[in-house]
Design a protein around this ligand. Structure first.
Ligand code: FE2
Ligand code: FE2
Length: 178
């Protein structure tokens, strides 16, 4: 699943983040089986920015939390449970995202940090306490679901040889009976 032209243009609008060397490494961190964390974050940011007006939220703030909410370079498929004292990825990656953002000089207000910390709600102990927080967790889940479903055609394609063999086997069994 690749970014559309509109999504690429949107990412360019925030190039102080999306051209950052460390942030660009998110392109090699896979996400939801069909994409990478850079592209996922751009999708979440664009959706949050688009919907922000409905809830009287600043669109740049919505874009910023969308872009930075998963700024963690750990690939959760390879998480060996040693890097964060055995804690689960879903609990520590929002904290890493805020730390990495601040280390790279991206300013986040407290409300924005809290939105990022709570974006895994209800899979986290941190509950959103602002409209921005609820908008981020909503957009993250919608985009994650879309990206996960994008996998289905590929999975079916990979199962094609197995289905063909099964079909042949059934045809053989039927022809032997006749
Ligand atoms: Fe996340
Ligand atoms: Fe996410």
């Amino acid at each position: 699943m690749t970014l559309s032209n509109d999504e690429i243009l949107f990412a360019e609008k925030y190039k102080h983040i999306t051209h950052n060397d460390k942030y660009l490494k998110l392109k090699s961190v896979p996400r939801h089986g069909s994409t990478n964390t850079f592209d996922h974050s751009v999708r979440v940011a664009m959706m949050a920015s688009f919907l922000s007006g409905l809830f009287n939220i600043d669109s740049d703030s919505a874009a910023r939390v969308g872009l930075l909410h998963d700024f963690c370079l750990v690939d959760y498929h390879k998480d060996d449970k040693d890097v964060h004292n055995g804690r689960w990825y879903c609990f520590y990656h929002p904290e890493d995202a805020v730390i990495n953002s601040e280390n790279e000089g991206f300013f986040l207000s407290f409300v924005e940090k809290k939105a990022i910390w709570s974006h895994m709600f209800p899979l986290s102990t941190c509950i959103p306490t602002s409209r921005l927080g609820y908008l981020l967790t909503f957009c993250d889940k919608v985009v994650a679901t879309q990206e996960s479903f994008a996998n289905i055609p590929e999975c079916l394609y990979n199962f094609r040889p197995m289905v063909s063999k099964l079909r042949l086997h059934v045809a053989n069994v039927i022809s032997r009976k006749n």
